[in-house]
Design a protein around this ligand. Structure first.
Ligand code: ADP
Length: 437
């Protein structure tokens, strides 16, 4: 269909699908008329029973012009010329007295072409040409105008042409209806696609709206809490001149400011994950993890944790690195944050393997662990699984959202007081659909 369209219409990129189909229908109607006219010219030349071939030749010339106009983008002019000259040609042969019934059937073809090529938007023009066909049909049948001198045909020949004309008109009508049904189906399909897209966007908006409500409530609380305690500490500092007390208040303020900074960083990550498009870049997973560890090495308690990095240095990954960093930084910092101070040795073990087209990152710790009742919920927004948590409860939500954007999966295995293992699987070459493991 595309090839036929390119051949008959040239470049149709700027046309809508239905306009393109209508222009194609105009071109095919012109071609059918041309083939039929040539057929009549040849048979009449062979049988030599029609001395009036000039109208056919004039019509052929007009059809060539009309075809060229249609191909050059003047679709409306081409349609108008096609229907005017088609009706006039039929009238020329139907006006002959005594009447030859065969050509009358072409008025039906003209009516169908009028409705099909103009469509609903230009129905005024379509009905004008339908009216013209009816008028010419009645004029030819009952009027006294005769554009050609009389010819006398044998009843067998008259019957034969009647049948041939019937065949052509029927075939042509089927072609036109087929095209209309096909335009209708394509339009319906594209409407259905749009509906699914809109529904998807709607669901996303409902989700984002709900999240935004909770987001405003929780973040404003998380931002106010450290601010209020800093304000309290400043008031306390105003009341003392003891350098030791002042030192302690400053250290407490620094800790609250750190907390504030953490919340703001998570808000920024949230916004980056929602807003930015996927940007694919190549990176070395070992280097990314080294950087993530470097970033948290001065956080509270990090110095007493043994970090074991079991990651081959040659694993390259092609994905959205900004999102991958959100995943790694949050998981590594949680493994440190939720370490168990009562244990003699606190450790974090990071293992990366390549399985098929996927990279599997496992971050294991022997920290405080998570009770199984929380496993499902820890990935939801603002969910904190332990009373010890000083975080905002956004980290794992961000991790899950980012993993999904990278077409990956995340899994948690954890036991209270024993430790946790978070396993992230993502395609080593980003693809919008998940890779089989
Ligand atoms: P936050 O750390 O800000 O509270 P997260 O979304 O990162 O929020 O984590 C949600 C909860 O999951 C935390 O409150 C914590 O109870 C639990 N959690 C996350 N990672 C670990 C881990 N490695 N070990 C133990 N508990 C964890």
């Amino acid at each position: 269909m595309q090839k036929v369209s390119a051949l008959l219409l040239g470049n149709t990129n700027r046309l809508s699908l239905s306009d393109q189909k209508r222009a194609l229908l105009t071109a095919l109607s012109i071609m059918t008329w041309v083939v039929m006219t040539l057929y009549y010219i040849i048979t009449n030349l062979i049988v030599r029973n029609n001395p009036f071939l000039l109208p056919y030749f004039i019509f052929l010339g007009i059809m060539v012009v009309s075809f060229w106009l249609n191909r050059s983008g003047f679709h409306s002019v081409a349609k108008t010329i096609l229907l005017l000259s088609g009706n006039m040609l039929i009238f020329t042969y139907t006006s002959v007295k005594p009447i030859i019934p065969g050509p009358f059937q072409y008025y039906i073809a003209n009516c169908i072409i009028s409705l099909a090529v103009f469509g609903w938007e230009e129905r005024g023009k379509a009905f004008f040409f339908v009216g013209l066909s009816f008028f010419l049909l009645l004029l030819a049948r009952y009027g006294s105008i005769s554009l050609l001198p009389s010819v006398h045909l044998s009843p067998e020949y008259t019957m034969e042409t009647f049948f041939k004309n019937l065949l052509v008109v029927c075939g042509f009508s089927v072609l036109v209806v087929y095209f209309l049904v096909s335009v209708n189906t394509s339009t319906e399909n594209s409407l259905r696609k749009q509906e699914i897209e809109t529904q998807k966007k709607n669901n996303e908006l409902i989700k984002i709206n709900g999240e935004l409500d909770r987001f405003i409530y929780s973040t404003s609380h998380d931002l106010r809490a450290p601010l209020s305690s800093i304000l309290g500490l400043i008031n306390l500092a105003d009341l003392t001149t003891d350098p030791n007390d002042l030192k302690q208040y400053h250290s407490m303020m620094r800790e609250r400011i750190g907390k504030l900074d953490e919340v703001l960083k998570e808000i920024l990550d949230y916004s980056k994950n929602i807003k930015s498009e996927i940007t694919i870049q190549g990176a070395n997973i070992h280097s990314l993890l080294e950087q993530a560890i470097k970033d948290i090495q001065y956080s509270t308690g990090a110095d007493r944790i043994k970090i074991d990095l079991d990651v081959p240095t040659n694993i390259e990954i092609n994905t959205d690195i900004m999102r991958l960093c959100i995943i790694l930084n949050n998981l590594v910092s949680n493994a440190i944050k939720y370490s168990d101070h009562t244990k003699t040795i606190s450790m974090v073990r990071i293992v990366v393997t390549q399985i098929g087209g996927n990279v599997v990152i496992s971050i294991e710790d022997n920290g405080e662990g998570i009770d199984p009742i929380h496993h499902e919920k820890i990935f939801t927004m603002f969910y904190r699984a332990s009373t010890k948590s000083s975080g905002s409860g956004l980290g794992l939500y961000l991790v899950k959202e980012a993993v999904e954007k990278l077409s990956g999966t995340i899994h948690v295995a954890s036991e209270k007081d024993k430790g946790s293992t978070f396993t992230v699987t993502i395609p080593s070459k980003y693809s919008p659909t998940p890779q089989a493991v």
